[in-house]
Write a protein that binds this ligand. Structure first.
Ligand SMILES: [Zn+2]
Ligand SMILES: [Zn+2]
Length: 230
């Protein structure tokens, strides 16, 4: 798989119209990119701060997020700051979340608005307050936290049941009881969350089921993120 560069270029042209402090750079024979200032504004539209960024198509845009780099040296290249240490790109979402967002369809403009700007607001919060406002763990634990949030449970065994439900590719009858054990009807309980998660491939669901099962059986949760191994 490789990134759709012509799509990236078309969308970058639209992005810079909306964010004129960013510039779209196309050099013959080179990978295109976007760079410049990302402005963070308050509700009144007044500038709070700005970050220097560079955005590249990455290996598989739009199936995965483009790569975003903070180029002003303001954020340490450190996984604890949600910067991947190998490439120096920003860790913007957990892998299953990123897959689902991309599968619904993203554009560079929606990516900047709904992912990149909130990410840098979170960075600013950490810079000023010493901690992130919203934070998920890294790697596999972060993946589990994503599913716990989606399924509104802290119980990994329920996550496993619901992932298996999505993996089965068969829906229970709407008025049957939800498999989570809540005694509520499936349609009023986990149906919409399971439908959302079912957009993941079988291979992905198997991968996350293994992570959840390993977690339950108290085997070590590997720290390394296995983001684009599908
Ligand atoms: Zn991260
Ligand atoms: Zn349920």
């Amino acid at each position: 798989m490789s990134a759709d560069l012509s799509l990236f270029n078309r969308e970058a042209a639209l992005l810079v119209q909306e964010y004129p402090e960013l510039e779209h750079v196309m050099i013959q024979g080179e990978i295109p990119f976007v760079h410049g200032q990302l402005l963070l504004k308050d509700e009144e539209g007044d500038l709070i701060t700005e970050y220097s960024i560079r955005m590249e198509p990455g290996p598989d845009y739009p199936n995965w997020f483009p790569w975003v780099f903070e180029t002003g040296g303001r954020i340490p290249i450190n996984i604890d700051w949600h910067i991947f240490e190998n490439k120096g790109n920003c860790c913007i979402a957990s892998a299953p979340e990123e897959a689902l967002i991309c599968r619904k369809g993203i554009t560079l403009t929606s990516f900047v608005r709904f992912q990149v700007i909130p990410y840098f607001f979170n960075q600013l919060h950490r810079e000023r307050m010493g901690f992130f406002l919203n934070e998920r763990s890294h790697g596999n634990l972060g993946h589990l936290e994503f599913f716990m949030e989606e399924f509104e449970t802290k119980d990994v065994s329920i996550v496993i049941k619901l992932l298996n439900e999505a993996r089965s590719r068969k829906e229970p009858k709407s008025n049957s009881r939800c498999i989570c054990g809540s005694k509520r009807k499936y349609q009023k309980c986990h149906r919409s969350a399971v439908r959302k998660i079912a957009a993941l491939t079988n291979m992905e669901l198997d991968h996350y089921l293994k992570i959840a099962n390993d977690f339950i059986s108290d085997r070590k949760v590997p720290k390394e993120d296995s983001i684009t191994n599908f």
